[in-house]
Design a protein around this ligand. Structure first.
Ligand SMILES: *[C@@H]1O[C@H](CO)[C@@H](O)[C@H](O)[C@H]1NC(C)=O
Ligand SMILES: *[C@@H]1O[C@H](CO)[C@@H](O)[C@H](O)[C@H]1NC(C)=O
Ligand SMILES: *[C@@H]1O[C@H](CO)[C@@H](O)[C@H](O)[C@H]1NC(C)=O
Ligand SMILES: *[C@@H]1O[C@H](CO)[C@@H](O)[C@H](O)[C@H]1NC(C)=O
Ligand SMILES: *[C@@H]1O[C@H](CO)[C@@H](O)[C@H](O)[C@H]1NC(C)=O
Ligand SMILES: *[C@@H]1O[C@H](CO)[C@@H](O)[C@H](O)[C@H]1NC(C)=O
Ligand SMILES: *[C@@H]1O[C@H](CO)[C@@H](O)[C@H](O)[C@H]1NC(C)=O
Ligand SMILES: *[C@@H]1O[C@H](CO)[C@@H](O)[C@H](O)[C@H]1NC(C)=O
Ligand SMILES: *[C@@H]1O[C@H](CO)[C@@H](O)[C@H](O)[C@H]1NC(C)=O
Ligand SMILES: *[C@@H]1O[C@H](CO)[C@@H](O)[C@H](O)[C@H]1NC(C)=O
Length: 854
């Protein structure tokens, strides 16, 4: 009796801690190996400070790597999951012993990264905490507040002096640019030593330089210290030392008396504005340097609060699955960073400032739509910060980090990020008029598109697409502007986003104009390009209207839509690689018409062909899950009324590419974007980023509640009868009414409600299969566009005879028979415009007039 009561009590404890402590399921080390570049150290949600270990690994873009390489420092700033260069990692600390500094002589310490790097044991990590035993006997623990890291170094008993390195000029990329400074003083409040300083560095994926400041307080004063610069040593006098740093490497070596506990704590405040601010943050946020456990408890509580807007009933769900879900959700909140109040660039603005948008190309699809339902307050601040960046820099960013402009990857996808929030009614404090002005400018004014806005605006106006080489004029003036095909698809979708915002602001003419422009993806649709039995692909085009063939791999007039896919190689498809598709193939980009999938289905030859083509896309290895364009295709069966196939495909994708191992990610986490796919798949629906559509698949929990912390509304999803076999929706009700659509609208999350899904094993359920159950498309009257018509209808019959089982373009003859310059037979690419004039109808004429006027 006693025993069973104890067991029941224990079980109750477990259950309640599950509800209140999702942090227990978070494993920050997932994605720290094989290119995930996940930041695994201590941070708060959107924390300015991200403190962790820095490994001597080529993979160490975010600091620590689970590959056994030794650690050369612990630093307080990092980015998460990036694919650019080594990011941040400024002002590293490293606890040393007489092993690294013979005889405790500070002039004899191993200083260079390779010499000083220390082997270590396994780290222990959880939200807000990182601990690791170094082989020199020092156990290092880290916890954080918003702008301050707290390090606790526990040296071995018997250590006669606690030694510490602080490299002021250090960062992961070894990019020190001068303008360095370091000052040492005693701190009467903490009775320890205070080191303040700053340096100037280069951002990892952007332009220009950035300067950043720190304020480090030690828990005890040093007994000896030396400043080193370029291998020269200077004695440091605590009351007088103040130095401008000329050359790297430079920093301080300090020795502390061991005391009884052999513990040295270091509190490091970091600011983007000044050392004064860095010290103020440190003092306000962590008044007691020795209160490590208090700070750690508060950090974990903050994580549980932010994670806790989602609650799941995990009955029957494996621990592994729960770990994958919560760990992935955790990572969606690491970046961007909220550095409101610490932006020196426009310090008198009263708007929020967020940084580390790295990059919006990655995150607009999955991260910001997630915030729209789980963290709308943060999302509203993100939008306000982006609009304020527009106010002060003239453009919305695609990438922005370390206060600098970052490189644009493809489209002006901030347009779609903003539209996503707009259509979901996120409004708190947001000046949407200025937001509209910002996205309109992207479409109309070309700046330095390597870092802002769009490229090829004039070309696109002239040709209806962006020609290879992006020649707006004759002779060409701006060669080398690559990614012409993938950018056109993205710009078309970005225009659709602008249309949605215009529509919501009652700017009807503007909406019509941009809805219309969103159809020009079709100008790069080559019906004659074929591959592996399917015809019709997005193909780059020359300014003269001919299809472009890339001499590097398109042979004998055969376009290779599989180029940039995993089976045909990827290397020149990254930034700077010179290709016409960015980080995905034509096979993959040819699915990217989320504004009008109905037209795409038509262009591909109808629902059956579309579905079979998706099957081949996955089975033949053209799908690339390692980059974000690979997400949406896994859900596209919904657009042809085959939600059962979506479930199978999404489940297979999750099983194949995601797990809770160190390498359990298909690619760079990209500020949590890769992980966000796992979050959405567990929730059972997926956002079409930029519009009010969530495609349903199936939940992985029998019950999920999502609390909208802005409105208080609660959306509950019940998957009744869910099991490994019963994973297909047989029927559904929304607030008691039958619900047959295979997609959801945001109202469910903003207003709340209960969606009950009846799960079963039958794959022949009629649920979600009918025409009226399909997600919205422009050409079938979706998105409130009455004037929108399918570009494929304008074109006439869409089928093309596929006679080539061996990849030849254009049915083995015809277009592309030579080097493709005869192409489509159009002398100009303004094909939609051209067709409009030849197919006069009231609708087309009015559209044409509108487009001419605007
Ligand atoms: C440090 O400077 C102070 C004030 O100038 C002086 O009194 C003290 O002797 C110096 N200490 C050392 C170790 O040089
Ligand atoms: C902020 O400062 C700049 C000049 O430094 C000034 O032009 C601008 O009007 C100020 N804005 C506000 C809101 O005070
Ligand atoms: C962002 O930081 C500001 C200033 O510290 C704070 O007021 C705001 O609540 C933060 N936003 C979120 C979403 O935490
Ligand atoms: C747009 O017009 C509708 C209907 O007249 C009105 O309810 C709504 O407030 C208007 N929206 C804006 C942003 O002006
Ligand atoms: C937007 O609409 C206004 C009229 O309402 C018009 O003056 C302006 O040129 C339009 N701009 C675009 C880009 O459609
Ligand atoms: C985990 O996922 C990674 C990346 O997809 C894969 O390489 C690895 O084999 C998987 N590990 C396990 C144990 O399934
Ligand atoms: C396509 O095939 C149909 C019948 O299979 C044939 O009538 C038509 O001429 C073919 N078109 C072309 C362009 O080859
Ligand atoms: C493959 O294409 C070439 C033309 O490029 C043609 O001569 C050959 O007959 C085709 N082979 C098959 C099996 O269709
Ligand atoms: C190939 O295309 C170029 C233009 O891109 C053209 O000048 C040339 O004549 C074409 N070659 C053949 C054999 O048609
Ligand atoms: C496709 O090829 C046929 C000849 O086989 C040609 O008449 C047609 O113009 C081509 N269409 C396109 C879009 O290239």
């Amino acid at each position: 009796m006693k025993t069973s009561r104890a067991i029941i009590f224990f079980a109750l404890l477990l259950t309640s801690s599950t509800a209140q402590d999702p942090a227990q399921f978070v494993n920050p080390l997932v994605g720290t190996k094989d290119g995930g570049h996940v930041f695994s150290g201590a941070t708060l949600p959107w924390g300015s400070v991200k403190a962790g270990a820095d490994s001597s690994s080529p993979d160490g873009l975010a600091g620590y790597v689970s590959d056994g390489t030794p650690i050369f420092g612990f630093s307080s700033l990092h980015d998460d999951g990036t694919g650019g260069g080594y990011s941040l990692g400024n002002f590293p600390l490293l606890p040393l012993t007489s092993t690294e500094c013979a005889g405790n002589d500070l002039t004899k310490c191993a200083l260079t990264r390779s010499l000083r790097a220390i082997e270590h044991g396994d780290p222990t990590t959880s939200p807000g905490y990182f601990g690791i035993p170094l082989n020199n006997g020092v156990n290092t623990e880290i916890t954080v507040t918003q702008h301050t890291a707290l390090y606790r170094f526990t040296y071995q008993a018997g250590t006669d002096q606690l030694l510490l390195l602080l490299e002021v000029t250090g960062d992961l990329g070894q990019s020190f640019q001068g303008i360095g400074q370091v000052m040492v003083a005693s701190n009467p409040t903490t009775k320890g030593t205070r080191v303040t300083g700053s340096g100037s560095f280069i951002p990892s994926f952007g332009q220009s330089k950035y300067q950043v400041f720190f304020c480090a307080d030690t828990s005890i004063p040093f007994v000896q210290a030396k400043y080193y610069e370029n291998l020269e040593y200077t004695d440091v006098n605590q009351t007088t030392f103040d130095k401008d740093i000329q050359r790297a490497p430079a920093g301080l070596l300090m020795g502390f008396a061991p005391g009884t506990e052999h513990i040295l704590s270091v509190r490091m405040g970091v600011s983007w504005t000044s050392t004064v601010k860095a010290c103020a943050y440190a003092e306000q946020e962590i008044p007691d340097i020795s209160a490590f456990d208090t700070v750690h408890t508060a950090a974990r509580a903050k994580w549980n609060e932010v994670l806790g807007t989602v609650e799941v009933d995990a009955t029957g769900v494996s621990d592994d699955s729960q770990q994958l879900f919560w760990t992935s959700l955790y990572r969606t909140y690491i970046s961007p960073t909220n550095i409101t109040g610490d932006n020196p660039l426009w310090s008198n603005s009263t708007e929020p400032y967020w940084d580390s948008f790295y990059c919006i190309w990655d995150t607009f699809r999955v991260i910001h739509p997630l915030y729209a339902i789980t963290a709308p307050t943060a999302q509203a601040e993100v939008i306000r910060a982006l609009i304020d960046i527009y106010r002060h820099t003239g453009f919305l960013p695609d990438c922005r980090m370390s206060l600098d402009k970052g490189f644009t990857q493809g489209g002006s996808n901030a347009d779609s990020l903003l539209a996503d929030s707009f259509v979901k009614g996120i409004a708190a404090g947001i000046d949407w008029q200025t937001g509209f002005e910002a996205i309109l400018k992207d479409a109309q004014v070309e700046g330095d598109w390597e870092v802002e806005g769009r490229g090829g605006i004039a070309s696109r106006d002239k040709y209806g697409y962006i020609p290879v080489g992006d020649y707006a004029d004759d002779p060409p003036s701006n060669a080398g502007h690559t990614r012409s095909a993938s950018r056109l698809l993205e710009y078309a979708y970005n225009d659709f986003s602008i249309a949605l915002v215009a529509q919501g602001l009652n700017l009807t003419l503007n909406a019509t104009h941009f809805f219309y422009k969103s159809s020009d993806w079709f100008n790069l649709w080559n019906f004659n390009a074929s591959n592996t039995g399917f015809a019709g692909f997005i193909q780059p085009r020359n300014a003269d209207g001919s299809w472009f063939f890339d001499s590097r791999f398109d042979r004998n007039g055969v376009f290779r839509p599989d180029h940039c896919s995993p089976v045909f190689g990827h290397l020149d498809c990254f930034l700077g690689g010179g290709g016409e598709f960015y980080e995905a193939s034509s096979w993959e980009y040819s699915w990217y018409v989320p504004q009008d999938m109905a037209s795409l289905v038509q262009a591909m030859g109808g629902a059956d062909t579309f579905s079979a083509r998706l099957d081949t896309f996955f089975s033949a290895g053209f799908h690339d899950m390692g980059d974000e364009p690979g997400f949406l295709p896994t859900y596209l069966y919904n657009y042809v009324g085959q939600p059962v196939k979506t479930v199978d495909r999404v489940d297979a994708t999750l099983a194949q590419y995601y797990n809770t191992s160190f390498n359990g990610l298909p690619g760079n986490d990209d500020s949590g974007a890769m992980g966000a796919y796992a979050v959405w798949t567990h929730l059972g629906f997926y956002p079409v980023g930029g519009q009010d559509t969530y495609l349903l698949s199936r939940p992985h929990f029998p019950k999920i509640t999502i609390r909208n912390e802005a409105t208080g509304a609660v959306a509950t999803i019940i998957a009744s009868g869910l099991s490994d076999q019963n994973k297909y929706i047989q029927s559904a009700t929304l607030d008691g009414q039958s619900y047959t659509k295979n997609w959801l609208s945001h109202k469910f999350f903003s207003k709340g409600g209960t969606l009950t899904l009846v799960m079963g094993s039958s794959k022949s359920s009629a649920w979600g299969t009918r025409e009226e159950d399909l997600p919205m498309s422009l050409s079938t009257g979706g998105f409130g566009c009455n004037t929108c018509i399918s570009p494929t209808n304008l074109r006439g019959p869409t089928t093309s005879n596929i006679t080539d089982s061996n990849n030849t373009a254009g049915g083995g003859s015809g277009a592309g028979g030579d080097n493709g310059s005869s192409g489509s037979g159009h002398s100009s690419g303004r094909s939609i415009m051209h067709r409009l004039t030849t197919l006069p109808s009231l609708v087309t004429l009015s559209l044409l007039l509108v487009s001419l006027i605007l």
